[in-house]
Design a protein around this ligand. Structure first.
Ligand code: NCC
Length: 278
């Protein structure tokens, strides 16, 4: 049903969707020696050398243009950005600090993204995901990912062993999907949540407080898909492949910020996990 309160939802997410990354303990990754290959420290603030009190999640939506939110975004302890979303040239509206970049497997597999040479993927913690089948057969997934992220991952880890770079465990994505479906009346599409939802919940696991920008649209809502390219498509904001509308409804239900922050800044405020009494 769709009637859980914000705090109830928050607790459900915390208990049912534990953050997990590939750690090399399961096949086929165990047999490939991945336990020595993935970062030694788990994906947590300590791996990035600090404690995150406040975090910002910056959606790539066109509506963030002309927001002048850059300075506010950069004032957070950690900032998460998505895929190929740039900061150069857009500092006034989106800031320039990037702590974590969450990327889907297309970024690592498609030439047009220049994963190996672009500045976007350097000097940050990288977190990648790929939509494995719901059945969660990791060997099948390894043989046949949606986009081949494994080849790039192995090469990158060899070339840059000191850069924290994680692949999300597919079970994490599907537990998030389960929480969305269990709080939605309709049957949602059987595709993983968007990077936006994954990144938001990921930051709830790492931070005491999370500000999410232009996910639930502000008064600047527009059909401009991304702030960094001239593509107009309402589906970017409302959803097609991803259950975007339903994700956004859940996040809005957990919002602890004011209506004004939402309307003017497109800003949702979420408490991190562990700071509440579930
Ligand atoms: O567009 P994308 O997402 O990179 O955006 C990141 C997250 O921001 C939120 N968003 C974006 C635009 C918008 N108008 N409103 C929003 O709320 C969404 O939550 C979104 O997840 C993805 O989720 O990984 C996605 O990636 C792109 C694309 O693969 C990458 O940008 C790389 O080019 C997908 N587009 C296509 O495959 C054509 C998109 O569907 C989802």
């Amino acid at each position: 049903g769709g009637s859980k309160s914000g705090p109830e939802l928050h607790c459900q997410l915390q208990s049912e969707a534990r953050l997990g990354t590939l750690d090399g303990s399961q096949q086929p990754f165990a047999g490939l020696g991945w336990s020595h290959f993935v970062p030694r420290r788990p994906l947590a603030p300590a791996a990035m050398g600090s404690d995150f009190k406040t975090c910002a999640v910056v959606m790539s939506a066109g509506a963030i243009l002309n927001s002048s939110l850059g300075e506010e975004i950069d004032s957070h302890d950690a900032v998460l950005r998505f895929n190929a979303a740039p900061t150069k040239g857009y500092e006034r509206d989106v800031g320039n600090k990037t702590t974590i970049r969450l990327i889907n497997s297309q970024i690592m597999a498609l030439r047009k993204h220049h994963f190996n040479s672009s500045y976007l993927y350097r000097n940050v913690t990288l977190v990648a995901w790929d939509p494995a089948p719901y059945s969660l057969n990791l060997s099948e997934w390894y043989e046949n990912p949606d986009f081949d992220l494994f080849t790039s991952y192995v090469r990158w880890r060899q070339d840059r062993p000191d850069q924290p770079f994680y692949i999300l465990h597919p079970a994490y994505l599907w537990r998030l999907w389960d929480v969305i479906q269990s709080n939605t009346q309709e049957n949602i599409q059987p595709n993983p949540p968007s990077s936006g939802f994954i990144g938001t919940v990921l930051m709830m696991a790492l931070c005491r407080q999370v500000h999410v920008y232009e996910y639930v649209p502000s008064a600047r809502q527009t059909d401009l898909c991304h702030y960094y390219e001239e593509i107009h498509d309402e589906a970017c904001t409302l959803g097609a492949y991803h259950p975007l509308l339903y994700e956004k409804q859940l996040v809005q239900r957990m919002n602890a910020g004011t209506c004004d922050d939402l309307r003017v800044k497109g800003r949702v405020t979420l408490q991190g996990f562990g700071s509440d009494d579930c």
